[in-house]
Ligand binder design. Structure first.
Ligand code: NOJ
Length: 547
């Protein structure tokens, strides 16, 4: 049921959006896997937290070759997670609580279990069914070499050969064949999917790998020419818009077409691009006649360094403004090391390499990590634009870095030949209670084991507890609603080294001390601090909001 009480077309511009990873949020039926009924039962948590919307990672039928980003049917619910009726009930309850709902749309690839791919396998070379994907003959005397040097994002060649001799493209796992967006049937089907969920009351879409849909499939296919580089790292080696399969200019036609569909609803459905493309090029996805927003991964990738963050923040605001979009900020999501651990890594550490299986991970001090994470969060929530919050960060959860090899599910583990553990460490199911078989996640053990330390991070352990991370988020989000005005910030000049300070509308100021020495508290009423203020000084790794 659409929420008719909130028709503001710009609700998302400065919204706080909470990412739910459905299989790890709450398990109502006790099978160890989170589900839609579990989400519905826990929506009160999000309402009490004070977020504006939730975004659900994929809950569609899937063989889980890539955590649900291998979609077998775009217009249904994985039976292990529920039914379409459960989905409708969840949306209705969310809207009743004043929460908007966004879903993930995965248009670059389907699952190999999708009816289209199964049909393509049967139909053989040259068929219309194969034209929905990217099938090619191989190179070499007998076609035994892949058609190009393109590499999978998860490691190894992006091509897999079939028994009939042809190869198909998969920029992610072999179970995720890439679609051919030059094919009109593919385009039409996604229009149907956008309408299907919009008609069910969904308020917005997160667009997976938004930058990869358009590919240069003219013959002969071009090599990247630098197989040692990832597709993303190769971007600067091409003139803008001419990389064979990333960030091509033609991709924007697709989103201009989608925008017409999304704008036919009241309020218009919002959309945010996941586009791993640098600054100004990324902002193109966020233009008002396209998706409206794009995730800002430069912010996520910045170190805990005042100078670097100031630059990234200024650039991000400028590029978003130039595109007519609002800025976005993300510290954690289901693909990266949780920020309570990541921000503690020594400068220059590759967070993925930190999760190597060889046991060389440097120990991260959890309480220092939490202190830094809380400061980073208050800084983020003070910035103009939307913040995307990942489930569990409101509890201060650290990365679970020591998952044993036998429980790992992320395809990265296999595809890198067991050199990178992958992303399971940020996907461990949430702790709701301080005891129980899976700390209140469900009636049985969770699909990924939770460490014993999760008990102390549980919602139950923090609810109503002065100074807990959960209460910090609640207070910050309550204050933020009252204080937000305009989408501008003014930097305070002449701050001490390692300190960021800026003002928002109404004289509201944010001061973040990223240095390792305490600084004097500037004049003003303290609204909130990521740590208590003692002796009129802001301690290291501490952010304060002042009126
Ligand atoms: C980005 C998603 O966030 C990630 O989890 C997934 O593996 C890839 N896209 C492929 O769909």
């Amino acid at each position: 049921m659409p929420d008719l009480s909130s028709r503001d077309p710009n609700w998302w511009r400065q919204a706080v959006i909470y990412q739910v990873y459905p299989r790890s949020f709450a398990d109502a039926d006790g099978d160890g896997l989170g589900d839609l009924k579990g989400i519905t039962q826990r929506l009160n948590h999000l309402a009490a937290l004070g977020v504006d919307a939730l975004w659900l990672s994929p809950f569609y039928p899937s063989e889980l070759a890539d955590g649900g980003y291998d979609v077998a049917d775009y217009r249904d619910v994985d039976p292990r997670l529920g039914t379409l009726d459960d989905f409708d009930a969840m949306v209705e309850e969310a809207h009743r609580l004043g929460l908007k709902v966004m879903v993930d749309i995965v248009p670059n690839h389907t699952s190999d279990q999708h009816v289209w791919f199964q049909e393509a396998l049967r139909a053989g070379p040259g068929s219309a069914a194969r034209d929905r994907y990217v099938f090619r003959d191989g190179r070499g005397a007998n076609g035994e070499l892949p058609p190009t040097d393109w590499q999978s994002v998860f490691g190894g060649s992006a091509w897999r050969r079939l028994p009939d001799g042809q190869w198909y493209l998969h920029l992610f796992t072999p179970e995720q064949p890439d679609l051919n967006w030059d094919n009109e049937e593919v385009r039409a089907d996604f229009r149907t999917t956008l309408r299907f969920w919009s008609d069910r009351g969904v308020d917005g879409f997160r667009v997976d790998v938004a930058h990869a849909l358009a590919k240069d499939l003219s013959e002969p296919l071009r090599d990247l020419g630098a197989p040692e580089l990832s597709a993303e790292a190769a971007l600067p080696h091409f003139a803008p818009g001419t990389h064979p399969f990333y960030d091509r200019d033609e991709v924007h036609e697709i989103y201009r077409d989608w925008r017409k569909i999304l704008d036919a609803y009241i309020p218009p459905r919002m959309a945010v691009a996941e586009a791993w493309v640098p600054g100004a090029r990324r902002a193109r996805y966020a233009r008002p006649d396209e998706l409206g927003q794009a995730f800002n991964f430069e912010y996520l990738q910045a170190g805990w360094d005042a100078g670097e963050l100031k630059q990234v923040i200024s650039d991000s605001l400028a590029t978003a403004r130039a595109a007519g979009a609002s800025a976005t900020w993300v510290l954690s999501n289901h693909d990266v090391v949780r920020h309570a651990s990541r921000l503690m890594l020594p400068p220059g550490t590759d967070p993925d390499a930190w999760l190597l299986s060889d046991g060389t991970a440097p120990a991260v001090d959890e309480s220092a990590g939490l202190r830094r994470a809380r400061a980073a969060t208050l800084l983020m929530l003070a910035l103009p634009g939307s913040s995307y919050v990942y489930q569990g960060e409101e509890l201060g959860l650290p990365e679970v870095a020591d998952l044993p090899a036998e429980v790992l599910q992320d395809p990265i583990w296999e595809q890198t030949g067991h050199t990178s553990k992958g992303r399971d460490g940020c996907r461990v199911p949430l702790p709701w209670t301080t005891s129980g078989p899976s700390y209140g996640f469900g009636a049985g053990a969770a699909w990924l084991p939770q460490p014993a330390s999760f008990a102390s991070y549980a919602v139950e352990a923090q609810d109503g507890v002065e100074g807990s991370t959960l209460e910090l988020y609640r207070r910050a989000l309550r204050l933020r609603r009252k204080l937000l005005e305009g989408e501008e910030l003014t930097w305070v000049a002449d701050t001490p080294p390692g300190v960021l300070a800026f003002a928002r509308g109404d004289g509201w100021r944010c001061v973040a001390n990223l240095s390792d020495t305490a600084i004097a508290l500037p004049p003003g009423e303290v609204l909130l601090g990521s740590r208590p203020i003692e002796d009129g000084r802001i301690g290291p790794d501490t952010t304060v909001w002042l009126a």
